[in-house]
Design a protein around this ligand. Sequence first.
Ligand code: UDP
Ligand code: MG
Length: 158
Amino acid sequence: MPIEKTLVFLKPDAVQRALVGEIISRFERKGFRILALKMLELSESFVREHYATHRGEHFYEPLVRYVTSGPVVVMVLEGKNAVQVVRDMMGETFGTESPPGSIRGDFALSDRYNLIHGSDSVQSAVEEIGRFFRPDELVSHPTDGLRWVYDMTGTEPV
Ligand code: UDP
Ligand code: MG
C-alpha cells in the first residue's frame, strides 16, 4: 500500500463538544503525520462546492447549514493507505451504525452531526487538499520520525 495524503475536517459539533484534541490524538497515535492544520469558518459557497456530489439529496441543505454553523478544524494527514484507514477510523456515516472503537461509534448518535469528514478516495483527497490548502501550507517532516512506525530499512515503508 502506498503512502497517501488525505483531507480531514472536524465539523462544528466536534469543536463545540470539545472533541478536537481527542480526535486528533487518535490520528497521531495511529502513526499519521499531520502535514497541515488550521481552524476556520467555511463559507456557504465553499461548503456547497465541497459537497457538490450531494446536491439534490434530501439532506443537502441541512448539511450546508450544519457545516457552516461554526468553526471547523481542517488537516492533511499522511500515512500508509491513509484514505481508507482514516475512513475506517471514522466509522459509518450514521453514528448509530458506527462500530464502537471508531470515532463516530464512540462519540456520535446522529445521522447528520457525525463530527468528522474524511476524503473517500485518493482522487477526492487530491481535490479536497487543493481546495482547503495552498501548497506552501503543507510542511515536510524529516523521515527519521517514522523509523518506529514502519519498517524503513528497505526501499519503501512496510
Ligand atoms: N448526511 C445527512 N443525512 C444523510 C446522509 C448524510 O445529514 O442521510 C450528512 C452527514 O453529516 C454526512 C454528510 O452528510 O457526513 C456527507 O454524506 P456522505 O454520504 O458523504 O457521508 P460521509 O462520507 O461523511 O460518511
Ligand atoms: Mg462522503
